[in-house]
Each structure stands twice: as C-alpha cells, then as structure tokens.
Design a protein around this ligand. Sequence first.
Ligand code: FAD
Length: 319
Amino acid sequence: MKITDILAKSTKTYPSLEIVPPLRGMTKNELLESIAPFMEFSPKYINVTSHRDEFEYKEEADGTFSRHLVRNRISETTVCAAIMSRYNIEVVPHLICGGNTVEEIQSRLDNLAFLGINNIVALRGDSMTGEKRFAPTPGGYRYASELVEGIRNYQGSSSYRRSRGLETDERYFCIGVGAYPEKHFEAPNLETDIANLKKKVDAGSDYIITQMFFDNQVYYDFVEKCRAAGIAVPIIPGLKPISTFKQISVLPEAFSLDIPLELTQELTKFKDDRNAVYQIGTEWCTQQCKDLIAHGVPAVHFYTMGKSENITNILKECF
Ligand code: FAD
C-alpha cells in the first residue's frame, strides 16, 4: 500500500520507523532480530536509509596512498527484501542522488518494482567523507527535486508503465522527501529552503518527513510557513531521543539543529550518569511525541539509528 493511502486511511497518529542498513558482516537473521522489538507495535511500514560508497585510503609499499571506493553497508533494496521475507509490512527504501547516475537510479527503480515496492523517499544525500560540499555524480542529479522529477518521468515511459499494467494517469511510486524545520545547513535562509522544498512537491512528491527537532514549536512554525508558501502535502515530524551526553554536541554539528537550553541543562546536570542521560532523553522525546499527537499530526517518524529500547519505551507510552 502507498504511504499516501495509509495517511488517507489513518484515523489517528501512527508511528513510522526508520532503520539504517547494517554494516557488511551482519547476517539477515541478526538484522531481523534487531527490528523484532518494533513489530509488537504493528508498524505500518519501515523506512530503510540509503548510503553511498565511501573512499578508503590504502598505504602502498612505496609509502604513497591510493584511494578506493568501498561499500560498507548492505544495500537498502536488499534490506527491504529481507524485511519483506519475514514480516508482513510495507518497506520504504530511501534513494539518493549521490553516487548514482540517472541510469543507475532507473535500474534501482526497476529492482524495487520487481520486488513490488512502490514507496520511496527521494533525497540528494550528503557529501562524501573528506569532501566539503556535495558534488553531483557525473550523469546524475544535483538536487532531490531533479530526482523526484526523474522518477516521475521514468514512470512516464510507456514500456515501463505497460509492464506494470498501469493506467495512463496512474503513478507507480509514492514519493516522500526530506525537509528541515531549522533550515538545511546549505540554504541561505529558511524562506529559500522552503521555496526549494516546494520545488520537490511541485516535481511530484507526495509527502514530507522532517529532520529531527527537539522543540515542537519549531515544527509547528515550519508547517505554518510551508502552508503559507503553498505546500499542501502531509508533513510528518521526525524525532530522535538523545541517548548519550555526547549527542548534545554531535547532533547539532551533524544535523545543523538546536538542542533547547532546558534539555541541555538537564542533561549537563547528569552528564556522568549514562542511565540518567538516557532516561532524560527518552522522557523528553516521549513528551514531544505526546504533544505532537495532541496536535493531530498524521504520523511521528522515529530515527531509530539501530537502537530499539528507547524507541519501544516511547512507543509503549504514546501509541
Ligand atoms: P535537496 O532538497 O536537494 O536540498 C539540498 C540543498 O539544496 C538545500 O539547501 C536546498 O535549499 C538546496 N536546493 C534544493 N533545490 C535547489 C535548487 N533548485 N536551486 C538551488 N538550491 C536548491 N541522507 C542519506 O545519505 N541517506 C538517507 O537515507 C537519508 N535519509 C534522510 C531522511 C530524511 C527524512 C531527511 C530529512 C534527510 C535524510 N538524509 C539522508 C540526509 C539528506 O540526504 C541530506 O540532508 C542532504 O544534505 C540534503 O538532502 P535533500 O534531499 O533534502 O536535498
């Protein structure tokens, strides 16, 4: 089922979960066991992130270094297939511009359609480790809006549509995109970033998932600005509970966001007590989630980042 249909049919807020594909070496069973605790909550779908190849530097006998591309993680499509083989649940693979030519994207779409997957989150992706700015892959897309348009156009090809038995005006893929309530770090201001977000919606994306935030007012203000800018599609809020003290500096740096003073002060009081920090982070996220539900958001998206205990505790409290 498409996420748009799930959103349209839902009468109350539901949890949405995002996982990161495992590093090479993990087995299928280990992966499936790691997400088993979520299944108790009958999630409607699971998002699987996508990761581009990384450079690895190898020292040669003459003391110089050579650069090699390595794929450290299992592909999102493989992880989706593994999840579908065990659990009766929709999967939503992420698809990124970085590292893919247009033809490679089309091949990925074919693989997804082959598996019966018709939901995608389309993203640009970040720069590679060691590179300052995102550089588009030669023959690939520069922005997520181009990727969305590319997916829509590819569906437009008559042979592709015929092979899937689609009616002329029916779209095969339901497309989600990302958004940043505290502004994408490269955008000069929030208004320009929202104008760029609108380009993704105009290109054919069906709904939006936000970057994590720790102050719900930031999300409510963002939604209001998006609506004023003419963005009408659902905007699903994204949450992540803080689980270690280090994250109060790591998360703002990695995701260009603010941690509210009240939360920072509370975490700082207990910075040497790992359990207390974990509890404070979980409780803060629980309160955020309850408030979002009270405001009638369609779904709450959780960035699980390979951890299940704090998320399942929040799900127990809220859903
Ligand atoms: P875009 O929408 O292309 O925007 C990137 C920047 O370019 C923004 O500053 C925007 O304002 C600007 N821009 C956009 N269009 C134009 C234009 N036409 N002209 C000028 N400027 C423009 N990363 C991964 O690698 N894998 C994942 O699986 C993944 N999942 C994510 C899931 C969610 C819900 C979110 C919010 C992010 C995710 N990311 C993921 C991170 C994402 O790839 C990065 O944040 C990336 O830097 C931006 O991606 P985007 O799709 O938002 O880019």
